[in-house]
Design a protein. Structure first.
Length: 273
């Protein structure tokens, strides 16, 4: 990977298996927009960024090299060798998925934001999820520029009532958001401890939150805690498993089941019947 300064921007080249537009718009994050002109805009925590990608050349607008190395390189999982992972898949379906969509990467998102976002995602579609999260940030987040707001902390949300969250139009999810915020704020659930737990224990810890089952817990672990061995199962993945892997995933996915899941998830959705 090569990093070059261009005025106030950074140009990144030499990264294989990276499609930023696809990675931010394939169901794992909800505060990104891929514009018709090819620019990609996102708000992550308290950071707003614009990115332009043309093949293997990626421009990060108005950021420093320090910010890239300390934040965005981690966020886009740029130190993981996805080519090596894809090459290790000796399964025809996974090979096909990787060949068609090689640029998908697992984003390393903020743990709290990811948990809260996937609580909101329950029984919901992506446009509505994005709308609820946008209203959550506008109502309770810290203003980061003229138009945008950061994601509100669990400390702030822990002091709210379901009635105060009514402007979100999130319905039954309001009480789940508050329950999660209160459990984190009180220390009943500790993010730092979850990071060190075996996967099964970490999943059960997150399931202490009202309304959180295996899917939301596994999505949170995969997309927030970078636990790439977590394997969230939604309706699309369930179909893939029933049709292609009734006896479970092939052995070649061991330890990176979550990465395999994301390839299969997107591949199956694009070829839905």
């Amino acid at each position: 990977m090569k990093i070059e300064k261009e005025n106030n921007d950074l140009k990144i080249t030499g990264v294989e298996y990276l499609d930023i537009g696809l990675s931010v718009d394939c169901g794992q994050s909800f505060r990104w927009k891929v514009n018709k002109d090819g620019t990609i805009h996102g708000v992550v925590k308290n950071k707003s960024v614009d990115i332009i990608q043309k093949k293997d050349e990626i421009i990060f607008k108005n950021i420093t090299e320090e910010e890239f190395n300390n934040f965005w390189k981690v966020y886009f999982d740029l130190e993981r060798d996805y080519k090596k992972i894809c090459d290790s898949f000796d399964d025809d379906n996974l090979k096909a998925a990787c060949k068609e969509f090689p640029g998908i990467r697992i984003l390393k998102q903020d743990e709290w934001e990811t948990i809260c976002s996937f609580i909101i995602s329950q029984n919901n579609n992506i446009p509505r999820i994005k709308g609820i999260i946008s209203r959550l940030c506008e109502n309770f987040g810290e203003k980061i520029n003229e138009y945008e707001y950061g994601f509100p902390s669990f400390e702030i949300l822990s002091k709210k009532t379901p009635e105060e969250l009514a402007p979100l139009r999130a319905g039954f999810r309001n009480k789940y958001i508050i329950d999660a915020a209160q459990k984190f704020a009180s220390g009943e659930i500790d993010i730092e401890k979850i990071k060190k737990m075996p996967l099964e224990e970490a999943r059960e810890e997150l399931k202490k939150i009202k309304g959180v089952g295996n899917k939301v817990a596994d999505c949170s672990l995969l997309f927030g805690f970078a636990r790439v061995e977590a394997f969230p199962v939604d309706v699309w993945v369930k179909r893939v498993m029933q049709e292609l892997y009734p006896n479970g995933l092939p052995k070649c996915t061991k330890g990176v089941e979550g990465i395999a899941q994301q390839y299969l998830f997107h591949w199956r959705r694009q070829h839905q019947q």
